[in-house]
Design a protein around this ligand. Structure first.
Ligand SMILES: [Zn+2]
Length: 726
């Protein structure tokens, strides 16, 4: 799903986080599922790895005896299909046997190496959570909060007995509210943003200003709807919209509405949400900082939305009335006025009532929880829900991210790993600097600026420093109040964010739930901090295997690091200077030389048909595709440099180059249901993983040489069509 409100600069993540089942209501899963784009409040970033002996020589791995070199999740020749011809179908050659023996679990939309690691993580986290739930710990400690949250969430009997009680007061307030009064509509919007993740009317956020990241700015954006913007508008989402209508009918019927009335209400909601979605910015515009960088006076924004009293909105959120605000989505605000200013009072109530029901259903008892779950299963083409325990654990990863992460890193992350990865970071950074110095299309001025920016990229591995964890200890977590726990945690998070207005900016690391917290399998570059977070959860197989050979570790973890570093220089990140502010530091010649190459990548990725009639979107994914190409290019070059000092003999019949490219490709081995593919093509800034498994490689001369790929072979790309950026 879309992020809730993106003013955001976003981080460039290594991969789209899978949508956790629980949050679950379709609607508000978005909080969990930030497709690489973040709220400014949670700036995240964009993403990669060497044989034990060789690595030890290169200086970034402990001696072999320290840890076992094998892991079922890591690179393995047994994943390959050695009968397949790498010149014809490299993905099949690299991962064919994995693909044959791997089934998509009934409760998942897809399966890949991220997902496999995530499952191992689920098991580890569940052990931690269950252990916590059996302990008696001091109030406010991570053990108490994690343990009691789990106990309350698992108590389905109590949740069922409460029924609609947890949201009754809000539903009643909606019935009695004078929603045609701008101040009252504003107070209702504030109440919904504080209580249910996001408001369907308007949303307020605070984060570093694009132009000056030392200053926290206030942003106001439109409301959030249940589906992604394109899903309301595109003809190919017709089936989803019918499913959504049917889901609304079921929920409203469960509220004792007669069929005719339920139909009228469901149709009204869909029509209003479609109108709001049509006015909002597209996913591509949401990746364009210049498009979103609209500084206006509060009065100017107020003039756009007379139906909503913005001063009353800020006041209800406990905020001072700012004089200047950022309105990242001007079109979306016009939609707010059109819908909330012109629809009848009854229609407005209908949409709000639906919003509260749908956004909170997963936290309620039956039948609400089951209806939400059933809709999500159908929309994702799943036949089975994830176990309740796993749902709860994934939800905790979002609402209690740092307390749970602290317990995880205490048990599963070592200082040795941090040192190994940090050393690899140094090798990849040096390689990039060398290539910038030799780059044929950068002029001297841009080259000097790029080297300066690279030298200032701040890379952290694992988790925040001791004093930088977000302190949740003041939030009351009770063993008998699941709904209340969620409300208090959500309100804590929003209020903490809003309180930053007027305060000096303190850059938070590993802080975007579901994406960059230490328990997220991901890595991220944030252009506003010029910083990279490499999470504790990702520095393990298949991304990093202590003891694996140089070719494997460079072309997995090293390529992840390279991916993230080059994000500062892709068509998005290059708009930010070394200090993290929006500033054009490129000469026109360098910018056009870059654009020429980026356009070639757009074309390569737009030529692929994902499903019959569904083409891949090369424009939407160009920044990530540039980073993938940069990542494997840097990783392979760094591998070659390390092998000069210490050549690697063939292993399992593959030389170092061959193992490098197979290891990269295995990282992206992937299978998905059509529903998942459709959703990813519409919202994800990353290419579908199966494309990542081969398309970047086909731009490398060394890849053609490694496997003897010749003109006429399906994997061949003519030298003048190979894109070389870094
Ligand atoms: Zn990325």
């Amino acid at each position: 799903m879309r992020t809730r409100f993106t003013w955001a600069v976003s981080a460039c993540l290594l991969a789209q986080a899978p949508a956790p089942a629980q949050a679950i209501n379709a609607t508000y899963a978005r909080q969990l599922d930030r497709s690489g784009c973040t709220q400014l409040s949670e700036a995240q970033g964009c993403d990669i790895h060497k044989s034990r002996a060789e690595n030890a020589k290169a200086g970034f791995v402990a001696p072999a005896a320290a840890r076992p070199a094998t892991n079922a999740l890591g690179f393995s020749v047994s994943n390959m299909d050695l009968q397949a011809d790498p010149r014809r179908d490299f993905v099949r050659y690299a991962s064919g046997t994995w693909s044959d023996r791997t089934q998509i679990p009934a409760s998942e939309g897809d399966v890949g190496r991220f997902g496999e690691l995530a499952h191992q993580l689920d098991e580890r986290l569940l052990r931690i959570i269950r252990d916590a739930s059996r302990q008696r710990a001091a109030v406010g400690t991570p053990v108490q909060q994690v343990g009691d949250f789990y106990r309350a969430a698992s108590d389905l009997q109590r949740r069922d007995a409460l029924g609609l009680k947890p949201i009754e007061a809000t539903l009643k307030a909606i019935e009695g509210a004078r929603l045609d009064d701008p101040a009252e509509l504003a107070r209702m919007s504030a109440r919904l943003q504080l209580g249910s993740v996001a408001s369907p009317i308007a949303n307020v956020d605070v984060g570093p200003d694009f132009r000056n990241n030392q200053v926290n700015a206030l942003a106001i954006g439109p409301g959030v709807q249940a589906l992604n913007r394109d899903e309301y508008l595109q003809p190919e989402s017709e089936a989803l919209r019918r499913l959504y209508l049917g889901h609304m009918m079921k929920v409203l019927s469960a509220l004792s509405e007669a069929p005719r009335q339920a139909w009228d209400h469901a149709s009204t909601v869909l029509a209003m949400e479609t109108e709001l979605a049509r006015a909002q910015m597209t996913a591509e515009q949401g990746r364009d900082p210049k498009f979103m960088d609209n500084h206006l006076s509060l009065d100017e924004v107020q003039a756009m939305v007379p139906a909503l009293d913005l001063r009353a909105l800020l006041s209800a959120l406990g905020m001072p009335a700012a004089t200047t605000v950022i309105a990242p989505d001007l079109g979306g605000l016009k939609g707010v006025q059109a819908v909330w200013g012109q629809r009848s009072l009854e229609e407005r109530r209908t949409l709000l009532r639906w919003h509260v029901l749908s956004s909170q259903a997963a936290a309620l008892g039956q039948p609400w929880r089951g209806l939400a779950q059933s809709f999500n299963l159908q929309r994702n083409g799943l036949s089975q829900a994830a176990p309740l325990d796993v749902d709860i654990e994934r939800l905790m990863g979002v609402v209690l991210p740092h307390p749970l992460s602290r317990l995880y890193v205490q048990r599963h992350f070592t200082e040795q790993t941090r040192q190994e990865i940090s050393e690899m970071v140094g090798h990849i950074r040096d390689e990039f600097a060398e290539r910038l110095r030799l780059n044929p299309w950068l002029d001297d001025a841009t080259r000097a600026a790029a080297l300066d920016k690279l030298s200032r990229v701040d890379i952290l591995v694992g988790h925040p420093a001791e004093g930088d964890w977000i302190d949740h200890s003041g939030v009351q977590i009770r063993a008998d109040d699941h709904f209340g726990n969620l409300q208090r945690l959500r309100e804590f998070r929003l209020r903490r964010q809003l309180a930053k207005l007027g305060q000096p900016v303190k850059q938070e690391r590993f802080a975007a739930p579901g994406n960059t917290t230490p328990i997220s399998v991901n890595a991220a570059y944030n252009p506003q901090t010029n910083g990279i977070d490499i999470t504790a959860a990702i520095v393990q197989p298949p991304f990093y295997t202590p003891g694996a050979d140089a070719a494997v570790n460079y072309c997995t973890m090293g390529a992840v690091i390279g991916h993230e570093i080059t994000h500062g220089f892709d068509s998005f990140g290059r708009q930010f200077g070394p200090a993290g502010n929006l500033r054009d530091w490129w000469t026109p010649q360098a910018a056009s030389a870059f654009q020429l190459r980026a356009d070639m990548l757009v074309k390569q990725y737009s030529e692929v048909e994902i499903l019959p009639g569904l083409m891949h979107n090369g424009s939407q994914t160009v920044t990530e595709n540039t980073a993938d190409l940069g990542g494997i290019t840097l990783a392979h070059a760094a591998l070659r440099r390390s092998l000069k000092a210490k050549p690697q003999a063939p292993i399992d019949g593959l030389n170092a180059d061959q193992r490098c490219f197979v290891a990269w490709s295995q990282l992206w081995a992937y299978k998905a249901r059509p529903e998942r593919l459709r959703m990813l093509v519409s919202i994800d800034y990353h290419a579908i993983s199966t494309l990542r498994a081969s398309l970047p490689l086909r731009n490398l001369d060394a890849f053609h040489e490694a496997f003897g790929i010749r003109e006429g072979d399906p994997m061949w790309r003519a030298p003048n069509q190979r894109v070389r950026i870094w």
